[in-house]
Design a protein around this ligand. Structure first.
Ligand code: FAD
Length: 567
């Protein structure tokens, strides 16, 4: 909670004390990208802000997306021009100014198979797409490729029927890290950010007319506290309807859950030096470069199961493999699949009650509601447009404050780690020398923390053992685990392995083999005894086992699991 934006997990007592004692202007429920964006928007207007998240920051949809910051080429076909236009402008702002350390350009190859009709159609779409960009143009314009040109960039494509390709640019992000960084930037503007705190009821004024805060349960201890605020803003994604129920109010919209599944395969399984996008019958399929891996997906199906842990089905995996294999010379098989993850899109369904529009056809625009005084809510939207969503919901939330509240300034507020990046990047070699680490280590840290990389390096300076890699074959350092506790609010092993690092999806054993090491590093900082460390390790291994027990992933081996459990 310091004004450098550190979320120090060791100061939970102080955090809970502040939540119970202070009166806030805005209390945000939900710590996904929408909620953290809302906290940042309100705090940077000078408002006193608190945010409560039931589990961990980004533990809902905001760590399970396709990780693209994009206009969404396919929405042009649905004539959703406003959404594409706004999203492209947000993309450019994030790449060039707000988060250049996190949001990076990525190219996509769009193979063409119908010689005459497809090129002019897709080409016209891309001319429109590029023309909607802002004036900054941080990503190049699209290009036409011949079939030979396409195979040069993507030898993995089968040459059969390939008539050529288009190459265009969008951007990508580590969604969980971005959400965390938005939360930290809000904290740097004095927002109080708390995780493992569930809103379990809303407080009302004596006359019952106005919502005046929330009753919040500390999931670590079961203790319940009351947080007072002038307005409560619900940013609970697919949980929105449930939180409205707590208030005993009905929102003016309904959230429909649509499940999207991705598989992760090694980079070597698909020979290409660019991302790819394929048309499918219902939507599109992306091959997204992700370090040493490809993320391939996604699906789009109605869902009504467990919101907290949506799981992929056998059919989801088969669908993705079949769609990918339609264009690949060497087909992907189940043996290539390292990990599978599923997320839930919180789509707003205006047709509820009178129809069943397929979820692929539902708009990705957001809706806002103020069902009773002192309560506002937002749902829908996209990761890419979180800043606009936040701006709009804060405008609605403060409308009846009876005093002037400044407008949104987040288009002028770079996320922590962005400021001064241009001057730090060229100095990577010197930083490496100063801290006695390799240049590759500095570049890895700059790509994840921007200018805050020196805070991680400072930990290494005071404890050289933290310079060691966390897991063989991966770039993450032990120092990043310590930093996750002291600056990024990590309370449990899964926070580190699922979201502060992404070993859960990047490692064939989901990071199971290093769970005990993570617990040891965390435990030293959080005062865990041996028993607690073992319990925290077991908790993570159980989570991995539960995930593996689902039909879609049980055939993926977990080499580290037995080893880690034996420690
Ligand atoms: C498969 C898939 C792919 C996608 N790909 C992209 C993409 O490439 N680009 C893009 O722009 N968008 C994409 N999206 C959409 C984007 O991911 C979502 O729109 C966005 O992450 C939603 O964020 P959110 O904060 O609204 O919801 P969430 O991230 O789900 O956050 C809601 C939070 O509220 C918390 N919560 C719930 N109830 C309570 C309570 N009672 N008390 C406290 N906290 C509570 C939850 O724990 C959760 O963390 C994708 C979505 C999916 C599913």
């Amino acid at each position: 909670m310091a004004s450098n934006g550190a979320l120090d997990a060791r100061e939970r007592g102080v955090l809970l004390g502040r939540l119970a004692a202070e009166r806030f202007d805005v209390l945000v429920i939900g710590g996904g990208v929408t909620g953290t964006g809302t906290a940042l928007d309100a705090a940077s207007r000078g408002l006193r802000v608190a945010l409560v998240e039931a589990r961990d920051l980004a533990s809902g949809t905001s760590s399970r997306s396709s990780k693209l910051i994009h206009g969404g080429l396919r929405y042009l076909e649905q004539f959703d021009f406003k959404l594409v236009y706004e999203a492209l402008r947000e993309r450019d702002l994030l790449v060039s100014k707000l988060a250049p350390h996190l949001v990076k350009p990525v190219s996509f190859l769009y193979p063409l198979y119908k010689k005459v009709v497809e090129r002019p159609y897709v080409g016209a779409g891309l001319v429109l797409y590029d023309s909607m960009e802002g004036t900054r143009r941080p990503v190049p314009r699209h290009r036409h490729l011949t079939a030979r040109g396409a195979l040069k960039r993507a030898p993995a494509l089968s040459p059969d029927r390939l008539a050529g390709a288009m190459l265009y640019y969008d951007a990508q992000v580590d969604d969980a890290r971005h959400t965390l960084t938005v939360a930290r930037t809000a904290a740097a503007h004095r927002a109080v950010i708390g995780t493992r705190l569930s809103a379990v009821g809303l407080l009302r004024s004596a006359d019952g007319e106005r919502v005046t805060g929330a009753r919040v349960r500390d999931e670590e201890t079961g203790r319940v506290l009351e947080v007072s605020a002038e307005v409560v803003v619900i940013c609970a994604g697919v949980w929105t309807d449930l939180v409205h129920e707590l208030a005993g109010v009905q929102a003016g919209y309904k959230v429909r859950m649509s499940k999207g599944v991705h598989i992760v395969v090694p980079r070597a399984a698909v020979d290409a030096d660019t991302g790819m996008i394929l048309r499918t019958e219902k939507s599109v399929l992306f091959f997204i470069p992700w370090g040493e891996y490809w993320i391939v997906g996604t699906t789009d199906t109605d869902f009504d199961g467990d919101r907290a842990e949506p799981v992929a089905s056998e059919e989801d995996i088969e669908y993705i493999l079949a769609a990918a294999n339609r264009v690949l010379a060497r087909p992907l098989t189940r043996a290539d699949v390292i990990a599978v993850y599923a997320g839930l899109r919180p789509l707003v369904d205006p047709a509820v009650g009178n129809g069943s529009k397929p979820t692929t056809k539902l708009s990705r625009e957001h809706v806002i509601d103020v069902p009773v005084p002192g309560l506002a809510s937002i749902a829908g939207g996209k990761f890419t447009t979180y800043r606009l969503m936040a701006r709009d919901v804060v405008d609605a939330a403060v409308a009846d404050f009876g005093r002037p509240v400044p407008g949104s300034v987040t288009d002028q507020v770079p996320l922590l780690g962005a400021d001064g990046l241009a001057a730090v990047q060229p100095a990577a070699g010197r930083l490496a020398e100063d801290y006695g680490v390799s240049r590759a280590v500095v570049e890895h840290l700059l790509g994840r923390y921007g200018t805050l990389a020196t805070e991680v390096l400072d930990l290494i300076r005071s404890d050289a053992a933290l310079a060691r890699p966390l897991a063989p074959g991966h770039q993450y350092l032990r120092a990043e685990v310590a930093y996750a506790v002291t600056h990024e609010g990590a309370l449990h092993v899964e926070d580190v392995l699922e979201r502060r690092t992404r070993l859960f999806i990047e490692s064939a054993d989901s990071g199971a083999a290093v769970a005990a090491d993570v617990a040891a590093i965390m435990g030293r900082l959080l005062g865990w005894n041996r028993r607690r460390r073992a319990a925290e390790t077991r908790r993570y291994l159980d989570l991995v086992e539960a995930e593996r027990a689902t039909p879609a992933v049980d055939s993926v081996p977990v080499p580290g699991l037995a080893l880690a459990a034996a420690r």
